[in-house]
Design a protein around this ligand. Structure first.
Ligand SMILES: Cc1ncc(COP(=O)(O)O)c(C=O)c1O
Length: 422
């Protein structure tokens, strides 16, 4: 739906624009908030109008300057489109596409640009679902994945690609930063340089960044050279652990290509979930800020606890990984609200801690209002070979904590009593 309100994005901050940007009350009986357009299809005024909308949807020339209309909710729907108008603002993108899940955003976006014979360079560690998609699905479709590790230098990665004879076929660099669950960082600017190194007049190498852990408030990968920013909107964007959704943000051209695949695959978001996300976006900033404040207090508490041997938190990069300290300043606006920590002992002690939490829920996922704790070694990263986990510093005594917006004193009390049981 092209009939968007005229409120200019240059005048207001995203948190202000989340209240009404892209929505015209006069088109919906004056309703202050955008209703849920729970419909599969839309009525055309005339057959000629329907014909024109389809021509525009298929990019047929001759309709330049005409306003696209609503056709069918797999192609367009007011809730989806207004949500997309709002999503793009946080990252400073030209356009966004909303999806039924983070995985459908990732899978649809990657296959929009990769074809058989191409090489995909990706960072380790990455989310288990993405790991599977890259290693099994893409490989089956003839795409060769080549991994590199957080901390590898530009020269080392370029050398590796050359040694594998993969320079000509390299088509995309896919990274997840900070890496889950170790909070290791990847330099997005470095990825852009590598992409440029292997791009030429015939072939552009794209950089895609999964920004779920820090976005869209604390990191803006497009500003550091990324072409596509991807989200599991299930996490901070949704923020209440009550929906599954995804998003891609980028240039108009890139999102247009991704949306073409989305229409064919049917991986778009539904109207009700779009509506829920618009509601979530109104509180995104205050939720994320409150969670980050809590995380700082909890990290400090954990780092002084005798039963905790290491805290993986962006605020401690200087101590844990001095070589990445400058990158934290360059790439991030906050230390975030995701932290991991090693308890004294092994799996038994980690499980003891998790089993004795009283308020904090033992569950995977992250970015919700409530705090969640899990055991990456046996849960989110169960599928990663043990040898690889050891290499990546993913330990059996590690707990991952997604810090929510509860009172920090209650969270610390809970952590303290659970640690006592070890
Ligand atoms: C970093 C990251 N990316 C992508 C995904 C997949 O998102 P979804 O579960 O919404 O499909 C997840 C899910 O946990 C994730 O943590």
């Amino acid at each position: 739906m092209a009939k968007l309100s005229k409120m200019s994005q240059s005048n207001y901050s995203p948190e202000t624009l989340m209240m009404g940007y892209g929505y015209k009350p006069e088109l919906s009986e004056g309703a202050v908030k955008c209703p849920v357009f729970q419909t599969s299809t839309f009525v055309f005024k005339t057959a000629e109008e329907g014909k024109a909308f389809f021509e525009m949807a298929h990019g047929k020339p001759g309709n330049e300057g005409r306003e696209m209309g609503l056709i069918y909710s797999r192609i367009n729907n007011p809730d989806m489109e207004i949500l997309e108008e709002r999503l793009k603002l946080w990252d400073g993108g030209e356009a966004a596409a909303a999806f039924s899940s983070g995985m459908s955003a990732i899978a649809t976006s990657l296959v929009s640009f990769l074809k058989p014979g191409d090489v995909l360079l990706f960072s380790n560690p990455i989310y288990g679902g993405t790991h599977k998609f890259i290693h099994f699905m893409l490989r089956n479709w003839g795409v060769t994945p080549i991994g590199f590790n957080a901390g590898d230098s530009k020269e080392k990665i370029i050398d590796m690609i050359r040694q594998e004879n993969a320079g000509d076929a390299l088509r995309m660099i896919y990274v997840e930063t900070p890496a889950n669950p170790t909070n290791d960082l990847i330099d997005i600017g470095m990825c852009r340089d590598i992409a440029e190194h292997f791009s030429n007049a015939e072939k552009k190498v794209y950089v895609a960044v999964d920004n779920t852990y820090m976005g869209p408030l604390w990191a803006h990968p497009l500003k550091h050279g990324a072409d596509i920013v991807l989200y599991s909107a299930t996490k901070y964007i949704g923020g209440h652990s009550d929906l599954i959704a995804g998003a891609a943000v980028g240039s108009r051209e890139i999102i247009k290509t991704i949306k073409k695949s989305r229409t064919v695959f049917g991986t778009m978001i539904d109207p009700h979930t779009s509506w829920l996300l618009m509601r979530s976006l109104e509180t995104l900033k205050i939720r994320m800020e409150a969670a980050a404040q809590n995380a700082a207090v909890i990290a400090e508490y954990l780092s002084n606890h005798p039963k905790v041997t290491k805290v993986y938190y962006l605020g401690y990069t200087e101590k844990n990984n001095p070589a990445q300290a400058d990158l934290v300043k360059k790439q991030y606006l906050s230390f975030g609200a995701m932290l991991s920590f090693d308890v004294y002992g092994g799996e038994k002690e980690a499980f003891q801690f998790l089993n004795n939490l009283k308020h904090i829920k033992l569950a995977v996922s992250l970015g919700g209002t409530e705090s969640l704790a899990e055991h990456p070694f046996s849960m989110t990263h169960a599928d990663v070979p043990t040898e690889e986990k050891n290499r990546l510093g993913l330990t059996e005594n590690m707990i991952r904590l997604s810090v929510g917006i509860e009172h920090h004193r209650d969270l610390i009390d809970d952590i303290e009593q659970a640690l006592k049981t070890i």
